[in-house]
Design a protein around this ligand. Sequence first.
Ligand code: B12
Ligand code: SF4
Length: 478
Amino acid sequence: MRVAFILENYQLVYPLGIRYLSGSLKKAGHDAKLFIALGRAFKERLAAFQPDIIGFTTTTGMHTRLLKLNRELRREFGAKKPISIFGGPHPTFFPEMINEEGVDAVFRGESERAIVEFCNRLRDGADHTSCPNVWMKTSHGIVKNEMGPLVEDLDELPLPDEALIHDADPYAMYLVPLSTFPFRGCPYGCSYCYNRQLAGMYKGKGRWLRHHSVDYCVRHLELQMSLSKVPFVQFHSDHFMTNDDWMNEFAGEYSKRVKLPFQINVRAEAVTDERVKLLKSAGCVRMTLGAEQGLPPFPDVLNRKQSREVILKAGKIIRGNGLAAVTNTMVGLPGEKIEEALQTLRMVAECEPTYAWSAVYNPYPGTPLAEYAIEKGYFDGDFDKLDYSFYGHSALKFRSDRERRQMENLCKLFALLAEHPWAISRVEPVLGLPLGPLYNLLYQLWWGWVAHTRLIYYPLSMKHVAVATLRFFYKIGH
Ligand code: B12
Ligand code: SF4
């Protein structure tokens, strides 16, 4: 079977999910190719590939645009239409997406095995509509299959197919950091995050917290090093510091075989001086830290169960060891007032992060916080209202238009204010002004400057800086 994965535009971080899927498909004897949906030549190249299946990976917010693109492509294919399938977080939690025009099947959850089985059965003329994880339209209505068991030993998965990206994007080798995903699952239960819900969906179907061996991750990175010139690695797993034995082995192997600076995501509670020193010795230069907090008396709607002291201490340890600390915060939580969001900003400023990243909270399907927002009347439950990116607009209802503007503007000015805390107490009137585009420009310029001066650890030619900037603006501008 020939599977065409389609992305809307070029990226600076490509999804790992489709690389895993392509690795498994190719190992099973199928063909897979990535297409970037830009320009007229795209449609010609896609038609020439003669796909049996076109596949889209989608988060919530992006789905409406991809559904439109899928419908447009299906019109172009005329009578001999490929099967259109969707996977990723949105259909996982909102499989009702199957009811949309032009969607033939949705895949829920981890799908390496499911997609191979689907393609094998299609090739062999067997019943592909009863594959695990799949909801599918048939002539008898919609078939809703159970989720299959989790892959117990992640190393059984073939290495992700890195050529998939490089064949589609000639600049990836200069711009896109290497990436790998050692740990699947997260032990915490934050109410806004998909992990808790996914763990529930997989109850009784295997161990939720799993990791690849160090050797698998290093081989995955070695494969990317053979295709790319970018000397920087991002570990995308939600939480890196989960297993000390693994980290010890990793530090030794990584510094022998990869030797590139890298970034990880961490949870504040897990950050200790010893662990930071160990990872620094292996080449870690940046840690991204959740500082997503509604501070008391605002209720812990995020279910982070984290005190400001824990966050401040973690920030101090990371910075104290000479590493960059990027904090992640959300503003505009259900019921949050602007003074409460500014309190969180003060805490983040106290952390003195290298960059204080922020997002406007958006409710994602299946998460307890989205349900809370619906129950309390902050959200009407229409997930089609979510924006492509959560930097811009909130899908929540606010007490007034002014409050909405304040939250959305605060998100844009957050990083600048975190570095100039003296301005925080004076900023409230400015946040209410209808100057969104100006604040957005400031946000983008400031991010560009910080990225250039503090967060990108390798030289880029002027041409590559220009391409990266174009990609950044194109994505954010959407
Ligand atoms: C790295 C990352 C990014 C990267 C890469 C994006 C990507 N799509 O992978 C970047 C920085 C670009 C990013 C951006 C955003 N992200 Co993000 N991101 C992640 C993160 C941390 C890891 C993703 C990953 O590599 N997982 C590992 C792989 C193996 O799993 P997977 O991607 O789920 O893929 C498997 C299945 O889903 C399925 N599958 C996936 N695609 C397809 C396609 C087909 C056809 C099929 C059959 C199956 C299938 O099979 C795959 C293999 O098992 C996840 C959290 C997480 N733990 O997954 C959040 C996550 C995906 N992101 C999230 C969000 C909200 C965003 C943004 C909207 C934030 C923003 N900037 O505004 C954007 C969306 C833009 C976009 N293009 O997707 C949410 C999505 C929630 C939701 N309901 O949609 C998540 C789940 C985080 C969370 N805690 O809730 N993100
Ligand atoms: S710690 Fe991060 S990945 Fe884990 S549940 Fe909370 S938000 Fe999700």
